[in-house]
Design a protein around this ligand. Structure first.
Ligand code: ZN
Length: 219
């Protein structure tokens, strides 16, 4: 049986590797049907849950980034990356501690925005651009942290900031995998250099808003 997860009061089945298709105009039709089937307050909660879910998917899907990076973020958002904590839950051989800092249990949230190594990278990327790094306190998911960042940024930089945020998370995950599978260790400065290099490629591929940030990230 496929694992189930809850969205609002709704339950649905979803395979680990399944990425839901975005349906930009699903809103009215589906929401009307939901409200008809489940009237009153329960219906409102379901509708709000659906709307937030759709908005979250749009945030991921309409950010300029390679598809593999969007899939990676979607998996991270759902805590479905094969981090140490998840491997242990599934009874697989796993190193529990973080490959980046070796000082905490490895979870999706830890690797991407709680880890001391990740914070070094984030600070080196955000500070020169004048972007604030959101607090991780009480943050339950990658998407919530992302939304905190967006809400703190001026609207003029959010589009490029979205791409930058996905790019840095992707590079952190690649560094984690390099350490895990090949025993290759890079410094935070080296990871930032990779971010700068990849940012140029993404801009060339059409991520113009990322280029508009001025990408003056110091290496
Ligand atoms: Zn760590």
């Amino acid at each position: 049986m496929l694992p189930t997860e809850e969205v609002g009061s709704e339950k649905r089945s979803m395979a680990d590797s399944q990425v839901p298709a975005v349906a930009p105009n699903l809103d009215c039709g589906i929401l009307r049907r939901i409200d008809t089937v489940v009237p009153g307050q329960i219906g409102v909660a379901v509708v709000i849950g659906w709307m937030l879910h759709v908005l979250d998917q749009h945030t991921v899907c309409y950010t300029k980034a390679p598809l593999r990076v969007k899939i990676f973020i979607w998996l991270a958002w759902r805590k479905r990356l094969w981090t140490g904590d998840r491997r242990q839950r599934h009874g697989l051989v796993a190193r529990e501690s973080c490959f980046l800092c070796d000082a905490a249990v490895e979870t999706c949230n830890h690797i991407l925005f709680e880890c001391s190594f990740a914070l070094q990278v984030w600070n080196r990327v955000f500070t020169p651009l004048g972007l604030s790094r959101p607090s991780a306190d009480g943050c339950v998911s990658v998407l919530e942290w992302w939304q905190r960042a967006r809400s703190a940024w001026p609207s003029s930089v959010r589009k490029g900031g979205n791409s930058l945020l996905l790019l840095v998370m992707w590079m952190l995950w690649k560094e984690r995998n390099a350490r895990c599978f090949r025993g290759d260790f890079a410094t935070a400065d080296a990871v930032v250099s990779r971010v700068v290099s990849a940012a140029s490629e993404w801009v060339s591929a059409g991520a113009s808003a990322l280029g508009a940030l001025g990408c003056t990230i110091r290496e």
